[in-house]
Design a protein around this ligand. Structure first.
Ligand SMILES: Cc1cc2nc3c(=O)[nH]c(=O)nc-3n(C[C@H](O)[C@H](O)[C@H](O)COP(=O)(O)OP(=O)(O)OC[C@H]3O[C@@H](n4cnc5c(N)ncnc54)[C@H](O)[C@@H]3O)c2cc1C
Length: 306
């Protein structure tokens, strides 16, 4: 697998794209002072942010989170841990979701806060260009001005994820298109049995399947975009697109790999990198299974989560 750019500038440019997930909660639920302080710098990539929802024991079920804030005279004391947090170790600011009493609130935890550490998680075979970290809070003092004042409840982080999932539904198409392009051009130039392998019906069926699924995924996203522009998009529709597009992008990456034969495993082609990265994308921002249950509840009226 290709060793992606691990230099500081490569990590920072990937990380600043990821900061969008942090900008939305500040934009939607932050105070004017928080917006002024963070949004321009995050948008310019001068500051890096991270979004801390997942915990070691609570992934698909964030309602169970055990990270807690306690109110004091000057603000809040935060205790707990988050896991699998993109950008955690390099972030200047973390949006951390924690319970105050029984209700989830968002807090801005700044790099260097006493009692806050963000050790990097090592050993990933997927999304190797990004930094993934734990966030550990050991009696971290949070000033009152660092709580997001614009609302509370689990619906806040979930609304942020809806924005990110919309982007992921588009991004998965890009990965699928890169795999399709690689497979098509390879199939036209690779000769076996005195013919390009693109001349064999089975190869053509694979390519037709890929381009059809890509086109269907694009249409889903275009329609979602229209609904979003009109302010009518529902989170269940975003779940359908994330679920479908990532699933088919991964299937396309695998199919592309098969067309490339042994060459498909080389880092000379983009296919294995996309396949490995899409394995993470199947899981993060809500697993494939959880999106199935969200759409399943929407069409049946029966929640099957527990
Ligand atoms: C590279 C990477 C980056 C990430 N970045 C972030 C980040 O920046 N911020 C953040 O907060 N999180 C992040 N995550 C975490 C991600 O959102 C979680 O991994 C995801 O929500 C799943 O949680 P889990 O891994 O604990 O799996 P679990 O919840 O333990 O699930 C394991 C399996 O059980 C299935 N399952 C669970 N419950 C049910 C059910 N009711 N019915 C059927 N099946 C079920 C799941 O679908 C899955 O297949 C990241 C993850 C990765 C891999």
């Amino acid at each position: 697998m290709q060793e992606l750019e691990r230099g500081d500038s490569g990590i920072r440019s990937f990380a600043s794209v990821q900061s969008a997930l942090v900008m939305y909660p500040i934009f939607a639920y932050g105070s004017d002072a928080q917006k002024e302080e963070w949004l321009p710098k995050l948008a310019r990539g001068e500051k890096i942010g991270c979004f801390g929802l997942t915990e070691p024991d609570f992934g698909s079920n964030p309602a169970g989170m055990i990270t807690r804030a306690r109110e004091t005279a000057d603000g809040y004391i935060l205790n707990g841990a988050k896991m699998w947090i993109t950008n955690g170790s390099i972030a200047d600011v973390a949006v951390v979701w924690a319970k105050l009493g029984d209700v989830v609130h968002g807090f801005l935890v700044e790099k260097g806060s006493k009692g806050f550490s963000a050790p990097e998680m090592k050993g990933k075979h997927s999304l190797r260009a990004s930094v993934t970290s734990e966030l550990v809070f050991d009696n971290v003092m949070i000033p009152i001005s660092n709580r997001l004042p614009g609302g509370d409840g689990l619906r806040l982080p979930l609304s942020c994820l809806s924005q990110a999932r919309y982007g992921i539904a588009w991004g998965a198409i890009g990965a699928a298109m890169a795999c399709y392009d690689a497979a098509l051009s390879y199939a036209k130039s690779r000769i076996q049995f005195d013919k390009p392998i693109a001349a064999f019906q089975i190869t053509q069926e694979k390519l037709v399947h890929m381009v059809t699924e890509i086109t269907k995924a694009q249409l889903l996203c275009v329609q979602l975009g229209r609904l979003k522009d009109a302010g009518k998009v529902r989170f269940q529709q975003i779940s359908m697109a994330k679920r479908n597009n990532v699933f088919h992008a991964l299937a396309i990456a695998r199919e592309s790999r098969s067309i490339l034969g042994a060459n498909g495993i080389l880092d000379e082609y983009p296919v294995m990198r996309h396949a490995a990265n899409l394995e993470s994308v199947m899981t993060y921002e809500g697993t494939h299974e959880m999106h199935t249950l969200i759409v399943g509840e929407d069409i049946t009226g029966i929640p099957a989560f527990t």
